[in-house]
Ligand binder design. Structure first.
Ligand SMILES: [Zn+2]
Length: 697
């Protein structure tokens, strides 16, 4: 999966140690049949497993969390079972060498893993149901296997309202209708771990592409977002073709689908053949420069090999998922955006890891509890160094051999290293120690390679040293390096790092480059705008970047009060990213500009901005609205209710943001009273959360 950027702790999808495993039994196939009811958010399901018994045993186990089991049949006959709300145990004398069928009928109302959105409001076309298995356990909605080592060839049928689109792992092979209901049947032809099971239901349209190898790729989008489909899914085909070619093993599944959903728990999740991703990546052409889906697109697709085709035995082998997906995504970006982009991407990762190591927080890549930055970024750099070490041809040959040897199986890091040693006829114990076992980060080694491969990184590092050692005036040094390069990566960093010491003349020259990235660095810098540069900043309002415009607007509004009306007029029709960044800042500034609008209009703006905290908005819209309103105004009762709703939201980053906001309000007696006054209007988890807050403190 791909985390949102800057997200702190990573909860591993660890196998519960309490689960008993079926060492004597192999589950071959599973047919899932679901009937989903939105009124009570319940799934009525049946699953039929075919299993082979290798050695005789008296019981088999299946994970099934918090379900009502209706009945269990073995070879078509009812069989005795016990169920403790976590695991279903079938006690019976199972004979070695025999094959059995096991069918389970159940009902469940999953409190996690399956998410129902938009079913409790009157807004048309915003209803969704989707799953997130990794870290959340598919056994909340289908009796299955929390242990990643049990790979099953799953097929799924889902019965639902015919007006919606239903997507699940595998190839849609049949649909049938019965009145308002429709049944979709999906077929898989290869086995996978249960955490990769997925479905998504909503109002979607899709575009279908085909890879050079003939694989069907379907990109889903909301009907209202048809204009966003092209920029969002830009380069999908190129990425797909590149990865097949680069990895050297054909894409392992029948088809590929990408489905955006609201309030997703991560940036994206690589369910087998069926990537689900956050709708906040649905962007227009302008936003493409700032924040696009390309990296997540390539990352989740890479997992279809690294994670899905070969799957870690346990979390101590997580490098094989995240390190490789991050590395191959960077390679795909290199293919699209060039070597310069690629090397600076690795350089930034190395810088962040170096800073972490300096704080003494370096981690081993084999530590099952390591953080995201270790698994993803140190992991990607370790793959990069492995390739440097072996050379391109041997590395690629090794990867092909590894994937071929272990396809549809589970793997360890040791398995990979053994293959690489065999293929290269080299001893990799030093590599393993330095890059995988060690908690240290070998920053100098990485940088030496990046210097060798990128002339601009080389001169950037030389420049940094010169700035600390030379007696020459800093700006003169910076100017010399600036003039000697055309690299916008390099120049952008000069602005980012040394803005404070740059003269007006230097900055004016930087504005003139017309380079969007350099101009964005200028827009983002926190130093107050000098009067001499006002005109330059005004020109930023026309750039094709929502980050640039948002920051330029805000900073100009502060710096040049007499021009506020002008700035607001110029940006009044802009919305920005999916969090409506420009629209929301615009509303705030328009409300605060006393002579800008009529009293009537101002109150309309207020209603709109304050309305963005409501639960029917995407969480990124809500979070920004809470932030902006909280800075300047006090929350209305409705905002407070929305805030408590956010404090029990399934996405923990958003939940944490809301809880931190509530904690700050609680420190103020008046605000605490106001929170107390809305308690009786709440129920369920919201009531529970707030009453605990109010009465424990
Ligand atoms: Zn990932």
């Amino acid at each position: 999966m791909r985390k949102f950027i800057l997200l702190g702790l990573f909860l591993l999808s660890n196998v519960s140690l309490l689960c008993q495993r079926n060492n004597e039994v192999d589950f071959i196939s599973g047919q899932i049949d679901l009937n989903i009811q939105t009124a009570n958010k319940t799934l009525k399901g049946k699953v039929l497993y075919r299993l082979q018994v290798a050695a005789k045993t008296n019981s088999i186990f299946i994970d099934a969390r918090n379900m009502q089991i209706e009945w269990v049949r073995l070879n078509g006959k009812k069989v005795r079972y016990s169920y403790d709300k976590d695991q279903l145990t079938i006690d019976k004398k199972f004979k070695a060498g025999k094959e059995y069928s096991l069918e389970i009928s159940y009902n469940c109302t999953p409190k996690q893993t399956v998410y129902f959105l938009g079913w409790d409001d009157d807004i048309p076309e915003n209803e969704q149901i989707w799953t997130q298995g990794q870290g959340k356990y598919s056994s909340y909605w289908v009796p299955s296997f929390d242990d990643m080592n049990e790979k099953v060839e799953f097929d799924m049928s889902i019965t639902f309202d015919r007006n919606y689109t239903v997507v699940a792992n595998g190839k849609l092979i049949d649909t049938s209708e019965n009145g308002q209901l429709k049944r979709w049947t999906f077929d898989m032809s290869q086995p996978m771990s249960s955490y990769l099971l997925a479905f998504a239901i909503g109002n979607y349209r899709s575009n279908e592409l085909h890879s050079n190898s003939g694989i069907s790729i379907s990109n889903y989008f909301y009907p209202k977002d048809s204009m966003l489909a092209e920029p969002t899914f830009r380069y999908t085909k190129e990425i797909f073709n590149f990865l097949e070619q680069e990895i050297g093993i054909a894409y392992p599944w029948q088809n590929y689908k990408q489905i955006p959903v609201r309030d997703f728990l991560y940036a994206g999740m690589e369910n087998t053949g069926t990537t689900i991703f956050s709708e906040s990546f649905m962007i227009d052409s302008t936003a493409f420069t700032d924040k696009n889906y390309v990296n997540v697109n390539a990352h989740e697709l890479s997992h279809q090999w690294f994670g899905n085709l070969v799957t870690e035995k346990d979390a101590s082998n997580h490098w094989l998922h995240e390190g490789f997906a991050t590395y191959y995504a960077a390679l795909a970006e290199k293919e699209l955006f060039g070597e310069e982009y690629f090397h600076w991407l690795l350089f930034d990762k190395a810088q962040a890891l170096e800073a972490l190591a300096r704080k003494g927080e370096g981690e081993s890549l084999l530590d099952p509890k390591a953080s995201s930055i270790t698994f993803y970024d140190k992991g990607a750099l370790a793959v990069y160094m492995l390739r440097v070490h072996l050379g391109d041809d041997i590395f690629k040959n090794g990867i092909r051999t590894f994937l071929n040897t272990y396809q549809y199986k589970n793997v360890t890091v040791t398995d990979l290293i053994e293959v690489m040693e065999r293929v290269s006829e080299q001893d990799l114990s030093n590599f393993t120690k330095d890059w995988l076992q060690d908690t240290k980060f070998r920053s100098e080694e990485i940088k030496a390679h990046l210097r060798k491969n990128s002339a601009t990184i080389n001169s950037f590092l030389t420049m940094k040293r010169e700035l600390t050692t030379s007696s020459e005036n800093n700006e003169a040094i910076l100017r010399r390096y600036w003039d000697a390069t055309t690299s916008s990566e390099f120049r952008k960093r000069i602005i980012d790092l040394y803005y404070k010491s740059l003269s007006h003349d230097f900055l004016k020259m930087a504005f003139k480059t017309k380079d969007l990235k350099i101009r964005q660095a200028l827009a983002l810098n926190p130093k107050p705008i000098s009067d001499l540069l006002i005109e330059n900043y005004e020109s930023l309002l026309l750039d094709k970047s929502y980050i640039t415009i948002e920051n330029a607007l805000y900073r100009l509004w502060i710096q040049a009060p007499e021009e506020r009306k002008e700035y607001l007029d110029q940006t009044r029709d802009l919305v920005g990213f999916s969090n409506k960044n420009i629209r929301q800042v615009w509303l705030l500034l328009a409300i605060l500009t006393s002579d800008y609008a009529t009293a009537d209009e101002r109150s309309q703006y207020q209603i709109e901005l304050f309305g963005y905290t409501a639960a029917n908005n995407p969480m990124e819209v809500r979070q920004l609205a809470f932030g902006l309103i909280g800075e300047v105004f006090s929350f209305t009762d409705q905002n407070l209710k929305d805030l408590i709703n956010a404090a029990v939201h399934p996405v923990w980053q958003f939940r944490k943001f809301a809880r931190d906001t509530v904690d700050r309000l609680m420190d103020n007696n008046e605000q605490k009273q106001r929170l107390a006054s809305i308690l009786d209007m709440l129920d369920g988890a919201e009531y529970e959360y707030l009453s605990l807050k109010l009465f424990q403190e």
